[in-house]
Design a protein around this ligand. Structure first.
Ligand code: FNR
Length: 194
């Protein structure tokens, strides 16, 4: 059975470099034989987390997201860097997705959508460090949710010059770095499934 790979970016900006990078990773995942879902967080109507809001019921799009996450054993997260960390969008999305659903016994465990996922981290930034510091915060977050974080990761610096008109990476060395992360995630999640 092909590995099911979920790819998403922590930005909803139309011209987001991380969305472009997610597109590259998704294409590579498909080429490597995975069944890939390229998710756009802009398609999900998820408010800022508030337990009072949640007490009236988990939003439909949060349930939708939880189910999609649960159905994929391998994930690639493309993370922008804001103030040396990952984005509020990413944290809010993960907080909602990891909150127990009181009304549904099937989802009473908050970490259900996360446990055992193999997660590869990519980042992109116009700066020289490529958003690397966002990854250093994402690693403990994902570990806390009982994900396996792939040791290989890649941070794309000077992202404004990195993509061609087809949204592909211009530089072959950079393509290879992204590919190595995608392949490691697929390999590890295939092995863990045995
Ligand atoms: C940034 N940006 C940024 N870049 C970086 O490399 N390190 C940083 O600490 C920050 N901090 C930061 C804070 C805030 C509030 C914003 C809005 C931006 C720049 C950021 O990398 C740039 O806007 C990227 O284009 C964001 O990613 P997407 O949307 O292109 O994927």
């Amino acid at each position: 059975l092909p590995v099911k790979l979920l790819v998403f970016a922590g930005s909803t900006r139309k011209a987001s470099f991380n969305r472009q990078l997610a597109h590259v990773a998704a294409t590579m995942g498909r080429a490597a034989g995975a069944e890939v879902t390229l998710l756009d967080l802009a398609d999900f109507d998820i408010p800022m987390y508030n337990a009072d809001l949640e007490s009236h019921g988990t939003p439909a799009d949060v349930m939708k997201l939880k189910k999609i996450m649960f159905a994929h054993s391998a994930w690639i997260i493309c993370s922008p860097e804001y103030n040396g960390s990952y984005t509020a969008l990413l944290k809010n999305t993960i907080d909602w997705a990891s909150s127990p659903v009181k009304s549904d016994p099937e989802w009473s465990s908050g970490s259900k959508a996360f446990v055992g996922k193999v997660v590869g981290l990519l980042s992109a930034s116009p700066g020289a460090l490529g958003g690397l510091r966002s990854q250093s915060h994402l690693v403990p977050l994902m570990l806390n949710l009982q994900c396996w974080v792939a040791p290989k990761a890649f941070a794309l610096g000077r992202a404004g010059d990195a993509f061609d008109a087809q949204d592909d990476l211009k530089d072959e060395a950079q393509r290879k770095m992204v590919q190595a992360v995608v392949e490691q995630v697929l390999m590890a999640s295939g092995r863990l499934a045995d």
